[in-house]
Design a protein around this ligand. Structure first.
Ligand SMILES: Nc1ncnc2c1ncn2[C@@H]1O[C@H](COP(=O)(O)OP(=O)(O)OP(=O)(O)O)[C@@H](O)[C@H]1O
Ligand SMILES: [Mg+2]
Length: 270
C-alpha cells in the first residue's frame, strides 16, 4: 500500500454500515466517502452516533453489517491495532494527556508504530536503537514546534492549559504518521484563541496530505475548515455535502432545532 495520498483518491469508504447494542440500533445503513487530503466534519446532536461511527470505522466494535475500506482495502476482520498500523489513527473524545510525563514524552507515546528496533535492541540501547530514538525525538520536537509548544518541551503536560493539552493529543496522533486522522471533538473545552490555533493546525494537517475526519460541535470551526460535512441523527446519515449545502438543508435544521442543547449549524457561532 503506497503511503502517498493524492487528492481525488478515496481515502475512506463506509458502505451501508450498521451496528446495534442490545436493542438500540446505534448506526443504521450509513454510507459515505472521504476524499484523500480533505477535511470532513461529522456533526449531529448528542447521542446521534458520531463516536460510535469512529468506533466502527476503527473496528473497536466491528460493524454488524456493511464494509469500511481504507484506500480501497476492506478493514473487515482487522484488529484495531492493524487498522492503526495501516495508517487510520484516531483520538478519543475524553482524551487527556498522560500524567507524570512532559509535553515531549506525551508526543513520543504515539511513536510505537514507527519504532523498528527490537525490544532487546531498545533495552540494551544498541547503536541502531539509539539512532532511531534520536530521530523520533527530533520528529516529536518538530511537532511541538508546529503546535507552538516548543518552549514547553519539558513542562509536565497536565500543568499546561486545556488548549495546549488538546493540541498535544493531536500531535501524539500525528506522531503515528496517519494517512487518515479521526479527531473526536478536539475543540471541546477550548477558548476562542485556542480554537483558532486548532483551526490553523487542521489546515496545516490537510496541507501535508493527511486526510482528516473531525467530530465537532463548534459550528464556526466546522464551517471554516470542512470540505465536506456529514450529518448524523439517531444513527442515520441525514445529509452530506459542502458546509453551505448542509446549512441550507431542512432536515439538518430540523434535527438541530429539535435538540435544545445543540447549536444549530445555521447560527454558526461557537
Ligand atoms: N458500547 C455501547 N454499548 C451500548 N450502547 C452504546 C455503545 N456505544 C454506543 N452506544 C449507544 O449509541 C448511541 C450513540 O452514542 P454516541 O456516543 O456514538 O453518540 P455521539 O454522537 O458521539 O454523542 P456525543 O455528541 O454526546 O458525543 C447512544 O444511544 C449510545 O448509548
Ligand atoms: Mg461522541
Amino acid at each position: 500500500m503506497s503511503t502517498l495520498s493524492h487528492r481525488g483518491e478515496i481515502a475512506l469508504t463506509a458502505l451501508e454500515i450498521s451496528r446495534s447494542f442490545g436493542g438500540v440500533q446505534a448506526i443504521r445503513d450509513v454510507s459515505f466517502e472521504v476524499e484523500a487530503g480533505t477535511i470532513t466534519a461529522l456533526i449531529g446532536p448528542n447521542g446521534a452516533g458520531k463516536t460510535t461511527l469512529f468506533n466502527l470505522i476503527t473496528n473497536i466494535f466491528p460493524p454488524h453489517s456493511g464494509v469500511v475500506s481504507l484506500f480501497g482495502a476492506s478493514l473487515e476482520g482487522w484488529s484495531p491495532n492493524r487498522v492503526a498500523t495501516a495508517g487510520l489513527i484516531r483520538t478519543f473524545q475524553s482524551a487527556r494527556v498522560f500524567p507524570g510525563m512532559s509535553a515531549l514524552e506525551n508526543i513520543l507515546v504515539g511513536r510505537h508504530r514507527l519504532a523498528n528496533a527490537t525490544i532487546p535492541g531498545q533495552m540494551f540501547r544498541t547503536p541502531f536503537a539509539r539512532r532511531e530514538e534520536k530521530a523520533l525525538i527530533g520528529s516529536a520536537e518538530d511537532l511541538l514546534e508546529v503546535i507552538g509548544l516548543a518552549d514547553d518541551r519539558d513542562t509536565h503536560a497536565p500543568d499546561l492549559p486545556m488548549g495546549s493539552q488538546k493540541l498535544l493529543d493531536i500531535a501524539r496522533a500525528l506522531m503515528a504518521r496517519p494517512r487518515v486522522l479521526l479527531l473526536d471533538e478536539p475543540a471541546a473545552g477550548l477558548n476562542d484563541s485556542e480554537t483558532a490555533q486548532l483551526s490553523e493546525l487542521l489546515m496545516a494537517i490537510r496541507e501535508s496530505e493527511i486526510t482528516v475526519v473531525i467530530v465537532e460541535h463548534n459550528m464556526s470551526l466546522v464551517m471554516d475548515v470542512a470540505d465536506q460535512v456529514i450529518v448524523l441523527e439517531a444513527g442515520r446519515l441525514i445529509a452530506r455535502g459542502t458546509p453551505a449545502d448542509v446549512q441550507a438543508d431542512g432536515r439538518v435544521i430540523a434535527a438541530y432545532l429539535g435538540s435544545s442543547e445543540e447549536e444549530c449549524p445555521e447560527r454558526g457561532s461557537a
